[in-house]
Every structure is written in structure tokens, then in C-alpha cells.
Design a protein around this ligand. Sequence first.
Ligand code: ASP
Length: 308
Amino acid sequence: MTQGFSLVIHGGAGVMARDCMTQGREALYHAALVRALDAGEEVLLQDGNALDAVTAAVCALEDEPLFNAGRGAVFTRDGTQEMDAALMAGCSRRAGAVAGIFGPKNPILAARAVLEQTDNVLMIGDGALNVARAAGLNFRAKDYFYTQERWDALQDTLRMEREGKLDDDPSRRHGTVGAVARDRHGVLAAATSTGGMTAKRPGRVGDTPVIGAGTFADNATCAVSATGDGETFMRLCVAHEIDARIRLANIPMDRAAEGLIMTDLAAVRGSGGLIAVDRSGVITTPFNCEGMYRGWIVEGESRETAIY
Ligand code: ASP
């Protein structure tokens, strides 16, 4: 049982293949992950709460054009961007989520506004944007969110589709950002934000904003943020299933998470991973693909970023 805090972040399971990754690019990813860890750590060092810490870390990741969330989100097949985000407080099981939105600079803050300003959990469309506006959130125009790399990825994916080829490059297909934390008071929280899958149908919503699929937190068990093929994470209710295995079968969190990702997800041909922290601050970061951008701090014990 650690008395200190634990913080884990991810920048998605859609990593660039090792042989395409340059040293310079790898350094950029590590630096971006360190900035997000710093943002979350700053909150936790001041005895702040887990929800504020995961919000700060995810905002930092959304601001990085390298990752598929906020600035740098992938494009739908119509050339638009639609973002999903969610967060959950483990102390109260209150949650807020938005799906398919475009405009707020930080979609995770729109999810937080749903949690704090409404009695709803998941909002879409103009209603979600109105909540974000009423909360005074910053909005940005199209050029802020646009990145050439994501646009080119869309064109490549559409071309491969026309040629009848399968787009099996995870770095082009998807990505997501997320954070989980246990603060010094033992409170857990999770937050996840994504642009979804490249060339998705407009209106498609993934696992990220679905509480219990891509995002979940309960002080009694664990906090989870997932990344990967959203449809499979939804079908398996991955995040809540980990909670259930801890709660009902007394399985340790790391074993429950590993079983879900390596066995259950693989069985339905789902590719991806997750980050999780349990009520005693133990962390885990399983993935069944080539890599997952990730980083963690266990206060007084370890601080690291990793890709493969
Ligand atoms: N899970 C996200 C989605 O399906 C994508 C990802 O994490 O790669 O929208």
C-alpha cells in the first residue's frame, strides 16, 4: 500500500513501428509525455485531487499535435474532426462525457463541464457545446486542430480502401490520450480523450466516452483509461470488467487487466492497451500491440516514459 500518489498517462496504442521511428521523433514523444506527467504531478504534489490531476495531464496531451486528441485529432472519412472525451471520479462515481464534438480546445474540459454543471453523464451535439460555452471554455477554429500528418493519413487510408487493401498501420489508424491517478488521500480518477479512428464514419463513437468501456474509476477497485479498437473495448466493457474481476473474484488489478488485454481482447481480434491504477496505488500498463506511448510516476519510487 503506497501512501504517496500514483499517476499514469498514455498517448495511445497506435505507435509508429519501431523501424520507422527516428531518434529525433522518439525524443519528441518522450518530451511530450514528460510535459503531461509534469502537469499532473504538479497537482498531486500540492496535495491536489486525482480528478484535477488527470484533467491537467489530459489537457497537456490534448495540446500536443503528436497525439490523436484535441489538437492533432484524426479526420473522419468526410474530412471533419469529431472528438470524444470522458472522465470519472472514483470517490463518487460521478462521470462526465462528450461525444462527436468539435470546437472546444480541450474536449476533456467539456466532459468535466458535463460532470460539474449538469446532472447528465454523456452529451453530444449542440447540447454538449452549449454546456462547454456556458462553462466559459476556450473554443478554437479548424486551423488550430488541423495537422498535415493526420490529413495525409486520411488520404492514405482512403486510397488503400479504394485499392481494396487493409490499413493495418496502427499509427495511422488510431491513437488516444488518457490518465489515471490515485492521490495521496486514496482517491482514484480516470480521464480519456480521442479523435477516434482515422476515416471513421461521421457519427461513429468509440469506447472513450462510454463509461465502463474506455474510461472507469471507483475508489474501491481501480481507475482505467483504454486505447485501441474502440468497438472491441465496448463489446467487452473492458474497464468495468477489470473492476468486476477485482470486486467479485478478488483478482489483483494487474492480473485482471492483463487477462482482458492479452486474452479476451486478443480473442476478438482487438488491438490496444490500457493504463490502470488500483486503490493501493499499484499501476499497470498492458498492451497487445507493438507499443503504447505511456509514462508513470509512483511517488518516491519511479518516474518513467516508454513507447515500446
Ligand atoms: N479507442 C479509440 C476509439 O476507438 C481509438 C484509440 O484509442 O486508438 O475511438
